[in-house]
Design a protein around this ligand. Sequence first.
Ligand SMILES: O=c1ccn([C@@H]2O[C@H](COP(=O)(O)O)[C@@H](O)[C@H]2O)c(=O)[nH]1
Length: 234
Amino acid sequence: MKRKTGLIAALDTQNATTAQAWAQAVAPSAGAVKLGLEFAYAAGFQAVADVAGATPLFLDLKLHDIPNTVAAAIKSLSTLRPKMLTLHASGGLAMMEAARKACDEAFPADARPALLAVTVLTSLDDHALEQTGVMDGARAQVLRLGKLGMQAGIDGLVCSAHELAPLRDTLGDAPLLVTPGIRPAGSQAGDQKRIMTPRQASEAGADWIVVGRPITQAADPAAAAAAIAAELAA
Ligand SMILES: O=c1ccn([C@@H]2O[C@H](COP(=O)(O)O)[C@@H](O)[C@H]2O)c(=O)[nH]1
């Protein structure tokens, strides 16, 4: 059965007015907005809360530090009430366990964000991974880190759409699988290496796709987001 896949719009900008305009443009089509390092560092966390407003917030801070620091950071940002929150799986089992515990302690049970572990960035191909010492390719590394995330009690994973099928085969239906590196047919890959179209990602088993520049750099961001949502619904 085809999985229902939602659209998360990545609002990558330093400007709060621009982010607000994009948030309004994508509102009819996107199930959540993603605000991350660029926006939070430039505009601050009050602006993150203001731009998200009532729209579910994917807070993509990709936490990666020692367990104590990551746990404390999660407690610090709990007032933002994100729907999803990211950390790097390569921070290790103890770090992910500490993050999970911090979420349980810092958020009310009915408002705990889904904790998502970033496995292998979608901008990395096998050659780039070899340069970091990972010699058996993105798929093997994603599976390895995905299993570690599940062991730590993480809710889901960020991966490319290329790893969705092996992850579903290995981990089943339960983990939330979120895929950036999405490019509608004919759009520029830019720095993304492991890419798929919205439809391909949905058919491969994504719960959510994350799309940034194909929407925000389009002449009409609202129309670009609507076209992607229509492709997912088809
Ligand atoms: O592996 C990852 C993890 C996160 N991202 C983020 O998703 C968006 C993608 O933006 P595009 O403009 O559609 O390329 C961006 O905010 C990244 O920080 C990712 O691309 N890959």
